[in-house]
Design a protein around this ligand. Structure first.
Ligand code: HEC
Length: 153
């Protein structure tokens, strides 16, 4: 075998290998199935369901826990703490994450905007909250100002 033949053979081999791997990866991509429409609908429906459950849990925690004692029924405000339904936010931007942070960390007296408040808000409002409870209460408080965005029944 001459050197030239060896070189030609190697080139043919490499080209074949390249061709094989590219067609195979193209086939693998084609085979990845598109998510069927009914599964997509199902997922969307369950997300709405999950959001509805969060709002419900948040409302319950708010009403049965410490929050209501200072912030009043439905967050309408009271002697000890501000109205949480007036879309005026002093401790955060009032977005979901900001509200959630306030609930997690509470508000120390030196951070009060209203000097007439007497008692500081402890982290978690002094409650024993699970991780997902923060999301739920924040969602509920957010919804008091923005609506629930739940579909009409
Ligand atoms: C001991 C009374 C007290 C309790 C209990 C309490 N808070 Fe507060 N909360 C306050 C005070 C006081 C402030 C801050 C007032 C200020 O900035 O002048 C505040 C601020 C907030 C804010 C920020 C409002 C804004 O304008 O940015 C949110 C949100 C909030 N509380 C939610 C809650 C939730 C939810 C609970 C229950 C887990 C709770 N609080 C329990 C007293 C309380």
């Amino acid at each position: 075998m001459s050197v030239r033949n060896v070189v030609a053979a190697v080139i043919v081999l490499v080209a074949t290998l390249l061709l094989l791997t590219t067609t195979q990866s193209a086939r693998a991509q084609q085979q990845r199935p598109e998510l069927p429409q009914d599964v997509k609908d199902w997922m969307a429906r369950n997300q709405v369901q999950r959001w509805a459950q969060m709002l419900q849990t948040g409302e319950k925690l708010f009403a049965e826990g410490s929050c209501v004692k200072c912030h009043g029924e439905g967050g309408s405000g009271g002697r000890w703490a501000p109205d949480l339904t007036d879309s005026e936010w002093v401790q955060s931007d009032g977005d979901l994450e900001g509200i959630r942070e306030t609930i997690m960390w509470g508000v120390r007296r030196r951070d009060f905007v209203d000097p007439d408040r007497r008692f500081q808000m402890n982290p978690s409002g002094g409650m024993d909250l699970a991780w997902e409870d923060f999301d739920a209460i924040a969602a509920y408080v957010w919804s008091l100002n923005n609506g629930t965005f739940l579909p009409e029944r």
